[in-house]
Write a protein that binds this ligand. Structure first.
Ligand code: HSE
Length: 428
């Protein structure tokens, strides 16, 4: 039976889950994978955590040099998160001939090129199933199960915190700030929620997933990003009446004008499979040219779901004679000449407050028309407020980002007709 020695760097939530799975499933791995998997080293300074998990003090260290010089360690699992010291530890491990498994999406999104280059130079493996969508096996699906397809599009709810918040806002009619505070109290949202609510976490994952889906490096700065902190319950409810559910969607598409990669609040039809993904659950919806539509659904975070992805990488890497490297040019800025389209097209929902008097609609429609934006539906809500304003909802036909933004700029100048433009939400 093949012996596989593991070092775990960091025993936080995912590190703990990984340790638990590795120790509790030892017999299972021996029986069904013919692997004798043992945790040989743990790098962690939190004594209470080590005790809580029952880690043998003999394998605990505070020193990365001790980990990488340990001949019994074959695979180093980095679960510290963030850029430093995680990056230096990974590079050091690879240079010492260790294969690395990580859940660190930010690090991959920013330094994948450097890490992969080091792995290749040292003939070691670098695996990161747990970096995207936790327990949902999306990376291996893209790299190992879709060979017969060109992926046309990838759409995902790939951040559980924001999906939890949007679900609560929709189901309970509460404001963003109120739901966020409650989620933080319960530990569902981080004390500093920026990475999640402003879409950074989803953008990291989308840059990785769309690179793998389209076989072309998608640098992080090519991902358009908008979070959910400005989403109002009013728009969620108006959207619902119009047949839409609001989600923070990560979208990657191949178009004739180049790849489109974007993360933003999006209205999707209530009947779309992604609309039924609620709470902290995640899902990825792929369209391949031969297979058609596929949806993977599950938990995108948590000790055991993410630990499940980490351990699946360990078992996968342990059984590999030749390691997997991505098939595209993985330089920092990607391949020269590859086009990305930031003037993407979709339908748009606009909510504005306008003066309720003759000729107002004509002016707004004129500004839309002169920018080549075609209107699909116009809805006036309620009766005039004290200041004489009413709410106007506009739904456009498919148009492009530059045109709608130009139209909005023109409408904003109609100060005798328009009080404010309060929301612009893309509709897929
Ligand atoms: N914070 C992420 C989420 C999980 O809320 O989905 C890890 O990426």
């Amino acid at each position: 039976m093949k012996k596989v020695g593991i070092a775990i760097l960091g025993l936080g939530t995912v590190g703990g889950g990984t340790y638990q799975i590795l120790t509790s499933k030892k017999q299972y791995f021996a029986k069904y994978h013919n692997l004798d998997v043992s945790v040989e080293s743990v790098l962690e300074i939190n004594e209470a955590r080590l005790k809580q998990l029952g880690v043998d003090p003999a394998i605990v260290t505070k020193n990365i040099a001790e980990v990488v010089s340990n001949p019994n360690v074959d695979i180093v699992v980095e679960l510290i998160g963030g850029i430093e010291a995680a990056k230096s530890f990974i590079i050091t491990a690879l240079k010492h001939g260790k294969t690395v498994v990580t859940a660190n999406k930010e690090l991959i999104a920013k330094y994948w090129h450097e890490i992969e280059e080091t792995a290749k130079a040292n003939h070691t493996g670098f695996y990161f199933e747990a970096s995207c969508v936790g327990g949902v096996p999306i990376i291996r699906t893209l790299t190992e199960s879709m060979q017969a397809n060109e992926i046309i599009s990838i759409k995902g709810i790939i951040n559980g915190t924001t999906n939890y918040i949007l679900t609560k806002m929709a189901d309970e009619g509460r404001d963003f700030e109120e739901v966020l505070k409650a989620a933080q109290k319960k530990g569902y949202a981080e004390a500093d929620p920026t990475a999640d609510v402003e879409g950074f976490d989803a953008a990291y994952k989308l840059s990785i997933l769309s690179s793998l889906a389209f076989n072309v490096k998608v640098p992080l700065d090519k991902v358009y990003r908008e979070g959910i902190s400005k989403v109002t319950k009013e728009d969620i409810f108006l959207g619902k009446e119009l047949g839409y559910t609001l989600k923070l969607l990560a979208i990657g598409k191949k178009t004739p004008a180049g790849s489109e990669v974007r993360v933003h609040p999006t209205f999707i039809k209530n009947e779309h499979p992604l609309a039924s993904v609620k709470g902290s659950f995640n899902a990825v919806y792929l369209v391949g040219d031969n297979v058609g539509e596929i949806m993977l659904y599950g938990k995108g975070a948590g000790a055991l779901p993410t630990g499940s992805a980490v351990v699946s990488d360990i078992i996968f890497a342990a059984g590999k004679a030749d390691h997997f490297y991505v098939p595209f040019i993985n330089s920092k800025d990607g391949e020269k000449g590859v086009r990305f389209n930031d003037d993407f097209s979709c339908e748009y929902y606009l909510r504005m407050s306008v003066i309720d008097k003759p000729g107002v609609l004509a002016k707004i429609a004129g500004a839309m028309g002169s920018n080549n934006v075609s209107l699909r539906e116009v809805i006036q809500r309620g009766t005039a407020q004290q200041d004489g304003s009413v709410t106007l909802i506009l739904l456009t036909h498919i148009t492009n980002e530059k045109s709608i933004k130009a139209a909005i700029r023109e409408i904003e100048k109609l100060t005798d007709a328009v009080v404010s433009i309060d929301a612009m939400i893309r509709v897929e």
